[in-house]
Write a new protein. Sequence first.
Length: 147
Amino acid sequence: MRRALALDREWPIAIVGVGNLGRALARSEGFRSGHFAVAALFDVDAALVGETVGGCLVRHLDELESVVSAERVTIGVIATPAAAAQLVAERLCEAGVRALVNFAPVVLSLPPGVRLRQVDLSAELEMLAFYGSRAPEGELTRRRGAR
């Protein structure tokens, strides 16, 4: 089963954008489940470069191609502002990454053969708000008290 799901090995991940979201992802226990490893962090902010987040060194985006190759990164996570996301996606693809998770609120244009998962947190919250507004009377209140 693990082999069929491609979870029989560790998948090196690169996170580009080490703001609040990138930091949270880098520190996430979900990535440390044994199947995924944060192998590289990148940012363009000189104040962040050289810092260690979640046990991983933040490198400048200029190092992306060489680090992706050296670390054999297979999955790229884009946690940048929308304006930077397309360029970051292109650089990750040019470096050989064929699977991307995009948290930036922008539609990306990618070459054939690159898999993309778009995560729109606002849309997910709106969906939950919709479902919450349709909850039977009292159910939403019980959920709030069950923290």
